[in-house]
Each structure stands twice: as C-alpha cells, then as structure tokens.
Design a protein around this ligand. Sequence first.
Ligand code: NAP
Length: 523
Amino acid sequence: MKLANYVCGEWKHGNGDGYPLIDPVSGEPLAAVSSTGIDVGAALAYSRRSGTSALQQLKYSQRADLLARIVDVLSANRAEYFEISKKNLGATEADASFDVDGAIYTLKLYAKLGKPLDGKLIKDGAAIPLSKTGVFQAQHFLKPLSGVAVLVNAFNFPAWGLWEKAAPALLSGAAVLVKPATPTAWLTQRMVEDVVKADILPQGALSILCGAARELLDHVLEDDVISFTGSAQTARTIRSNSNVVSRSVRINVEADSLNSAILGPDAAGTPPFDLLVKEVVREMTMKAGQKCTAIRRILAPRQTALALGESISSKLASVTVGNPRNPEVKCGPLVNKAQQKSALEGLSELEMETRVILGGDRNFQPIDADRTVSCFVQPTLLFCEKPLQSQAVNDVEVFGPVATILPYDSVEEAIELARRGSGSLVASVFSDDPGFKRNVTSGIATAHGRIMVVDSSVGTNHTGHGNVVPTCLHGGPGRAGGGEELAGLRALHLYHRRFVVQAGPDVISEISKATVDARTLCD
Ligand code: NAP
C-alpha cells in the first residue's frame, strides 16, 4: 500500500516504490510513502489561493464550527486510529489514547474557545491619541496571515502533532499543509483522508505531503508560517534554509529537551517522594519514553538519591515490556530500528558517565516479540555521581525509556543542574517545602516553558509532567527550540500579523467594526 499525497485538491501518488513504514514489533512492512515528483510549489500556491482565502471569508466562530465537525469525524473513526497506532507505532492502548484522544480533546477545546469570536479581525488595545485635538489616532490590530501553515512534524505524535497545530491555524484562517515524519505518516494520512472525505473544509484548506519533501521550504513565502517539531539538529537546517532566511518566514520550533523532575530536600518519607517515583516510571515507559516532554533527568538531594533509585527501580522492574497486543504489556517498542540504534548509542554515551541501576541489557527478551526483528529498548535507570562535572547526562537526549538520577548538594546546585539542559520544555518540582518550591521555580523559570509543582496538597490531582494541556503553554527556550504553542487562544498569535493604523477616528471606528478584542485571547 503506497499512501497518497493530497495536494491541489487531488490525491496523488509520489513516484517510485517509496519509503517503507514498518511494524516495530514484527518488522513487517505496512505501507510506503513517496513525495517524489509532487509539485510542492504548486501545492502551496493552491492552498494559499483556494484554502486560505476561502477560510478567511468566514468569521472565527464559523471556523470554530468547522473544527467541531472535524471532531465528530475523528471521534467516529477513533478505533481505526488506535489500530494504526498499534501497528505502525507499537503503541499500547494507553499510548494510542495519549496521541489520538489528545488530538481530539485539543481540537474540541479550540472549537469551544473559537465559538464566541464573532469577527474576522482582532483589535489590539485601545486607540492611542496622536494629536492634541484627537483628530489623528492610532489603533493596533491583528490580522490573519494570508499564507499557509506548513506543519513539519515529528514521528512520535502523528495524531496530536497534526491537530494541536492545525486547530489554531484553521481557527485563524490559515490553510494547513502537513508533512508528517516519514516513519509514522500513516495515521496522519488516514486522519486527513477521513476529514477530506467528509467534505468539511473548503478545497485547499487541508493538504498532506507524505515522504521526505525536502524541497518544501524552498517554496514558502513571506506570509506562510513554518511550524516545526523535531530534533534540534533538523531545526538548525530548517532555520538556515536560504529561502526561509531571505524571506524572513515566520518559524516556530519545538525541538528536543532534557527535562528534569526535581525532588525537594524535605521529600524523603513524604507524599511528594512517592508522587515523583510514580511520575518517573510513567514518563519513562509511556510511549516507551518517546515523548519530547518525558523526564530525562531526576534531580535528588544526595542523601536521598540512592533510596530514590531503589524505589524507582522496584516499580520500573514490574513494568511488562513487549508486544502491545498482549494486554499485560505496559511498555512497547521504539518506532523503528533507526530509533532503536540511536537510543542505544545515546545510552552508551550516558553509561560512560553513570552506573546502571536497572536495565541496560541489549539482549533482554521482550514479551511476545522476536528480539532480533523488533525495536525494543529495555527501560533503564542510571545514576550519575558527579552531574555538574558531567557532559552527556545534561546534553544527550536518549529518545527512549531511559532516565538518569543526578544528586545535588544544595538548592543552588539543583537550579544549576536543571538549567544545564540549556532550555527545556518542562520541569516538575516535588516538595512540601515552601521556600524550596519558590526558589527553584524562580531560579529555573527563564530556562523552561512549563514548571509543574507537586506537593501534598496537590497529591494525585496534577495533570502530569509530560502531559501537554492545550489551555497551557507548550514550548521552551534555547535547546527546546524557543517556540510557543497552545496556551488556549494565545496560539492564534502565530498565524496573525500585528499592524497599526494611524488615521482619523472615523476610519479607525469603521475598520474596528465586528472585531474581536485581543484581550479575549488571554482569557
Ligand atoms: P527529525 O528527524 O528532526 O524530523 C522531524 C521532521 O523534520 C520530520 O518530518 C522530518 O521528515 C523532517 N525533516 C528532516 N530533515 C528535514 C529537512 N532537511 N527539511 C525539511 N524537513 C526535514 O525528528 P524526529 O526523529 O521525527 O522526532 C524526534 C525529535 O523530535 C526528538 O528530538 C524530540 O525531542 C522532538 N520532539 C519535540 C517535540 C516538542 O513539542 N518540542 C514533540 C515531539 C518530538 P522525515 O521524517 O521525512 O525525515
């Protein structure tokens, strides 16, 4: 089965045999993708001319209704998406739900948030007097861009990765062209196919390129937006593309991250200790650790660090790893042999600076799977004695079920270690000590997009270290890419351009008719 691309309002096959997508448990080929021979420039031009211009005839509220109809289509086909997740990603039921239900939930939220926005333009702030008599004023507005939202996505979230970006883009009035990561393009392609078949969106509002499509960025224009998710290395390539640079094309980058969970010095024997242990095990094993937000580093007071290691490893040892079709299995494989190789290479680098507390066996036997053809990595917990003097533990992102305990000797050291990730998506703090919670939060704030603080009063009511809540900001500075996604309606900013009109009050009030107040984007 060769997956078709959907561009210029037509389904088109790329040339050649294509790149094979596999089942990471059996190694069996499932489908192939190719974008070779597809006229990418024409695809983008059609999306702008047909998709974006039709979407922008509508008000935000009308586009929100379109999102609600997409929710209905995706919900109706949910079981099929779970099946593809299991086959192509080796996902457990919980892993598939995280991606697929996360996508549907996020779309549903944007449909709800967009419903009250009765206008086509956003008014930003009050009029500013520019003359003594008031005959000349200034007014800022936010106008949807007239280009395409070009989504270049990572392999680990084929469903959520599409819709968490497409929801604010479509609500803003930007047509979407998605290029899913090749190894897991099937699920994204199937979702696009279902939405296209349902005939919800205007022609050209949703397109998909399956395959490498390396020429894509050579065709973007000034009013397009590139929303990239993937490795820091690819982000560098994308940012330095000469067409992107010369046209100053807006680009949002969500890249990799050495996220930390930080245990307070007071926490031994308290609920936050147990809450952290549970969270670390969940983060290491959900989606086999293939989450950009997963906990990679566990910062613990030196006197508690070994006891913490024992508690985590005793829970981790009970996690069944293997074929997700076995209902006992809680942790599946990595997505393909290339990811397995890369994770094991990264693990070897970390092992140079650490000792293994649990796991690390390259020959371990997963349940109901052939070790030689499947793509498993054994969940592995490491301990680094001197984390401030070490490089790899603070630098190498092993994209799999691997985490390292880093002991610290003072609050200042804990802050310094968290900041050694050079900019991360998320950190979580587990403590009942008010001073520690305040100092650490303040000390790491500029190096993180999100900080989750868990104490005894929060208990199990938190939303999860690795869980991206669509009402809250997703993104992080520095190495994490410097991007911002979600945060409710704030996400619309990415697809709008701010401009100011300097004119008499009549002109400004005429333009301001049926506008939406920018303050509603922050409610
Ligand atoms: P990747 O290898 O960087 O690929 C990401 C996307 O970029 C893919 O669609 C890939 O296409 C495309 N790509 C690669 N080279 C390109 C080029 N020269 N021009 C245009 N597109 C290009 O990343 P990945 O392996 O899929 O994903 C894993 C990484 O993503 C991890 O580092 C993880 O931390 C990060 N991630 C971050 C977030 C976040 O929100 N911050 C979320 C998920 C994942 P092909 O697949 O066709 O090569």
